[in-house]
Design a binder for this molecule. Structure first.
Ligand SMILES: [Zn+2]
Length: 237
């Protein structure tokens, strides 16, 4: 693999890695390290350059999206900043032989561990706390919305699905992704309203969206915002 520079029509230069392979077409990929080009072994440089320039705007937009979305990995240690209900949550870790459970105090999550450098142990404790907090919060929201719909609150479970915020099955059990607890309340409300509306309508018909709107008049804004928040909500675990 060798490094090259692609000069765009606006003079901007984008470095890229070139891999020559036994293939017929040129493939582009944006990785954490930037642009990677997979080219056929015998394509000439002028032709390759012409082809890359024809994709210039795609490359520029993908690279800026990538750098915008790249968040530093969580350091499971004192002072790390996490998220709770859309606000910053500071991790407050102290050395403590009693090995205390995580506890919320203002905008800090405090916990005691025997070894401050045991990041895996800190991570386990924090994630356990997130799940417990999320379940209580979600149950409360489901109960509030169920009252608006004049139905008994359905059972709520946590999910860990990567690409999904919530689901509702034919037994009217609601599953909500615990990662949502990091998001602003309006976003959680939208997902809760969405899944609760499925207890009445198991589809995405106009009738379904009318129920969602009744429960959450701001749902359109929240639905869009949730997409923008997604990468932040997936920063942990
Ligand atoms: Zn749905």
């Amino acid at each position: 693999m060798s490094a090259f520079l692609l000069q765009g029509p606006d003079g901007q230069q984008i470095p890229y890695a070139l891999e020559r392979r036994a293939r017929r077409t040129v493939g582009l990929k944006i990785t954490a390290d930037g642009l990677v080009v997979h080219a056929p072994r015998y394509i000439d440089d002028i032709e390759l350059n012409r082809l890359l320039l024809s994709k210039w705007s795609w490359i520029v937009s993908k690279i800026s999206l990538q750098s915008e979305r790249q968040l530093p990995a969580v350091q499971w240690q004192d002072g790390e900043q996490l998220l709770l209900l859309g606000n910053t949550l500071y991790l407050d870790v102290v050395e403590d032989s009693a090995n205390r459970q995580a506890k919320l105090a203002g905008n800090s999550l405090s916990l005691g561990v025997k070894q401050l450098d045991d990041q895996a142990h800190i991570a386990r404790k924090v994630l356990l706390w997130y799940r417990q907090y999320a379940l209580q919060d979600f149950q409360r929201r489901v109960a509030l919305f169920a009252a608006k719909l004049k139905i008994a609150p359905p059972p709520v479970f946590l999910s860990n699905a990567k690409g999904r915020w919530g689901s509702c099955n034919s037994r009217h059990e609601i599953r909500l992704n615990w990662r949502l607890i990091q998001a602003p309340p309006a976003l959680i409300n939208y997902v809760v309203a969405h899944e609760l509306a499925h207890t009445k309508q198991m589809n995405h018909s106009a009738k379904f969206w009318a129920i969602v709107e009744k429960l959450d008049p701001e749902y359109r804004t929240a639905e869009k915002a949730l997409k923008d928040w997604s990468h932040r909500l997936h920063r942990i675990a």
